[in-house]
Design a protein around this ligand. Structure first.
Ligand code: LMR
Length: 405
């Protein structure tokens, strides 16, 4: 018998987003640009370490007493501050202890914990994700044993939302289904619901007894921390049971520290405590307890008024810079490809633009110009700056204008 137990393991494809990051890193061309992954870069092309985080780090050096394990649910002050950021000050769901929040390994970790919870306690429920959705959503839920379906979302004809189709689909979902919604800065399209549509969605979820699962990876990148949380607060006011996975990767530029949280809003403090005990059991069975460093720094910023103010300024700066890059890109493309309408780029929110590039055009961008984008045509506007915008827009215009692609 062979002892090469894995001899027949087939090689699988690299990850669509992180695999592209590896390919970008090994590209030696000086002109390369990575529009593939959702990483914010400042005007000089650097992924910033925020000042608020640097100051928190110097405090933490003095404060850290030991390297013992954290509790299974993580840093308590981080979880409490996360609840305030999500639900606002004086939120009844928080005051009544109807919500439980557990630190997670990034937003993906929060999604996975929620997926495991659904799989264990609502085994019949499918989760509906938008068409299209973040590349990893399907795999993440299916890996936890949750069946994945889709609902209509993006309309390539208008570069906007298929609102009627989306609402119709929500109305037709079997009662008890889970539905994954992006609170803001929809990944990959950048197309968000307006408040009126959110109200309709909340109403349908209540009537059809759906379980909303809100993916909140970009709080602060659309309008601001409070404004972007409006859908969460609508669900809470309506008294629904729902889940939220939030991430601090983008808003604190803390990608590699993997800081997120899963919050579950329930009907009572007793229910929340029971859910919390179960999520802790899930964590213990996967990674035991979370890492400390990133969550401690974020907790310091969120709980120190002057650092909080500084952080909100830094967040606003990132948000505004992305907006100005949208304007610049759209205007350059409109000049080069006059007669084509690029105003959709200005209407989209957050880091991404669904550019309309076909997969062939994306491949050509990479092969000819060393510009990396996702095959779906998603580009990360947050990687554009005044020095690379001409190169990017000329390359994009070149491939968009190529006949037969
Ligand atoms: C993205 O969509 O590019 C980011 O959320 C990074 C990731 O993990 O996919």
């Amino acid at each position: 018998m062979s002892t090469h137990f894995f001899a027949d393991v087939p090689t699988t494809e690299p990850d669509v987003i992180l695999g592209l990051l590896d390919a970008f890193r090994s590209d030696t061309s000086p002109q390369k640009v990575n529009l593939g992954i959702g990483l914010y870069q400042d005007s000089s092309g650097k992924i910033p370490v925020l000042q608020s985080i640097q100051r928190a780090a110097s405090q933490w050096i003095e404060l850290e007493e030991n390297k013992s394990y954290l509790s299974i649910d993580g840093v308590a002050t981080y979880n409490a501050a996360t609840q305030e950021l999500l639900f606002g000050e004086d939120s009844p769901v928080v005051a009544d202890r109807r919500v439980t929040t557990i630190q997670s390994v990034g937003g993906s970790g929060g999604l996975r914990l929620g997926a495991e919870l659904i799989h264990r306690f609502l085994p019949e429920a499918s989760i509906y994700i938008s068409d299209p959705s973040w590349e990893n959503h399907r795999c993440l839920f299916e890996s936890a044993g949750v069946k994945v379906e889709t609902y209509p979302y993006y309309d390539p004809e208008t570069s906007g939302l298929k609102k009627t189709d989306m609402l119709d689909a929500l109305c037709k979902m079997p009662m008890g289904s889970a539905v994954l919604l992006h609170a803001c800065c929809h990944n990959p399209t950048g197309v968000d619901l307006d408040l009126e549509t959110w109200r309709e969605v909340v109403g349908i979820c209540a009537e059809r007894q759906l379980l909303p699962f809100v993916d909140f990876a970009y709080q602060g990148f659309a309008v601001g921390n409070q404004e972007d949380a409006a859908p969460i607060r609508m669900f809470a006011e309506r008294g629904l049971t729902f889940l939220i996975s939030n991430s601090y990767s983008k808003s604190f530029s803390m990608y590699r520290e993997r800081c997120g949280a899963l919050s579950v809003v329930t009907g009572s403090a007793k229910e929340a405590a029971a859910v919390s005990s179960q999520v802790k059991r899930i964590v213990r069975s996967i990674y035991s307890s979370p890492p400390s460093y990133g969550a401690q720094l974020i907790s310091i910023v969120l709980n120190t008024p002057e650092l909080y103010v500084l952080w909100e300024q830094e967040l606003a700066e990132m948000r505004e810079r992305i907006r100005s890059m949208r304007r610049l890109l759209a205007s350059k493309l409109s000049v080069t490809l006059s007669g084509r309408d690029f105003s959709f780029i200005l209407k989209q929110q957050g880091m991404f633009s669904y550019s309309g590039l076909s997969s062939q055009q994306v491949r050509l961008l990479r092969d000819k110009y060393n510009i990396y984008a996702l095959e779906s045509g998603r580009i990360c506007v947050a990687a554009i700056n005044e020095r690379n915008v001409d190169y990017i827009s000329e390359a994009m215009a070149g491939v968009l204008g190529s006949k037969g692609l």
